[in-house]
Design a protein around this ligand. Sequence first.
Ligand code: FES
Length: 117
Amino acid sequence: MPEFTTVAKVGDIPEGEGRAYAVNGRMVAVFFEKGTYHAIDDFCPHMGASMAGGFLEDGIVTCPWHAWRFKTCDGTWCDNPKISIDSFEVHVEGDEIRVYVPDKEASDAGTEGPNEG
Ligand code: FES
């Protein structure tokens, strides 16, 4: 059974913005747009900028450094949809925003990485 971690209270993330939180050993960017929360890896795969500080519009966050764009719903890279960064389940329980970040080994399975092979 997945364990969700409380990262913030409802209202902590303003509409149209993101915030970064440390969850289960990694940084997660949680975005709030049009009444819905989404969470993706906070680490931009280009050069490591914090995605939480990016410009958010219509379900797409633009990296603040060099404008790579990712969908907040599933982490898909808009310029090459074959590639995506990790996305995480979010739910609201009472007034708490909760995120599920699987253990690193579990999330590595099935994703391509430099250490494979
Ligand atoms: S660090 Fe994100 S686009 Fe360059």
